[in-house]
Design a protein. Sequence first.
Length: 420
Amino acid sequence: MDQKSNRHILCIDLKSFFASCECVERGINPFTTALVVANDKQGKGAITLAITPFLKAQNIPSRTRLYNIPKEIKYQIVPPRMGLYTQKSKEVINIYLDFVSENDLHIYSIDECFLDVTTYLDYYQLTDEQLALKILQTIEAKTGLTATCGIGPNLLLAKIAMDVEAKKYKNGIAKWTYNDVPSKLWPITPLSKMWGIGSRMEKRLNNLGIITVGDLANYNPELLKNKFGVIGQELWEHANGIDNSLISDFNHAPKEKSISHSQVLFKDYYNEEIFLIIEEMLEVLTKRLRSKNLETNLIYLGISYSLNIGGGFYHSTKLDLPTRSTESLFQVCKIIFDRYYEENTPIRKVSIALGKLSKYQGIQLDLFNPLEKQEKQNDLDLVLDQIHQQFGKNSVLKATSLLSNSTIKERNKKKGGHYE
């Protein structure tokens, strides 16, 4: 293995973070207390943002509705306090920075971080497991919070070791190596238990006869790429434990020209309902590409869930060929969405960005998209751009713009028509 793919990566997660913060503030033990973080003003239909490890031990999922908690279990409901959780998260991050530099820390979420400790082991005269234990003990001593840690040669295996195995051990630490891939990674099923595969992508893979991660690892990568584009290749690599990304990739991303578009939605959208919004937003962005004679080779899709739920995802994908086609970018967005979206979770914000912009070089030969079809679509897009420029953005609209979930007509009325 080369140096890039054989590191000492720690993935640390704060256990039942929101609920544990509430317990620490109250001076009670989250491992012996039945406490739920939820907006009880919404009644029994409120969704839990977090529950204590005590309740998890009784097979109650972290995200559920209050009415799903068995009636015989008596529990305390407390409202969420994001200010408290943010402050506690900062305290833990400062602990990480006592051990590693900012360049070797990647904040993945409010309660989860990656640390690259490769160059620190000689300095501390510790193994990666010993250093991980020292960090977890420091977190508990200084904040009262309990954490688990996965250790791996790359970010992927560290994350999955933490997700799948760390909670099984008393010290909360699990270490995976490349040798563990066949025995520990491949047996994972359902597929949605693996980092980077959501319930929607799981269904699409199941339809191909792929049930376990091992099935995915041993599937023909060319067929996966034909089906899912570059994401198919990445899925195959991850199933084989391959991940060449570095923490420095996140902390030192090159500053490049890009265009972006985000939209806060006026109501909750679920599942396929959001596709109409994504497509309309891409039409805005590709129109801007054509006006500047540019094309893109990198797309970012971000989905933010309702504040009552919290969370979401923001992921990017490099394209095989540069494009300014709405349809091509839309298909990529749908695959990203299927891969990461949590089924039936309310969506309140969509963000899209196009990067790696370059001068338009003409239509590229694509074996899976006939050249004649691409040329016709490009000509049609240019004609529509001219009509909108002369007669207004609402002068010609798709029939889908008349649907109740569409927002394009109202957004087009706004001055300037750019909604970033």
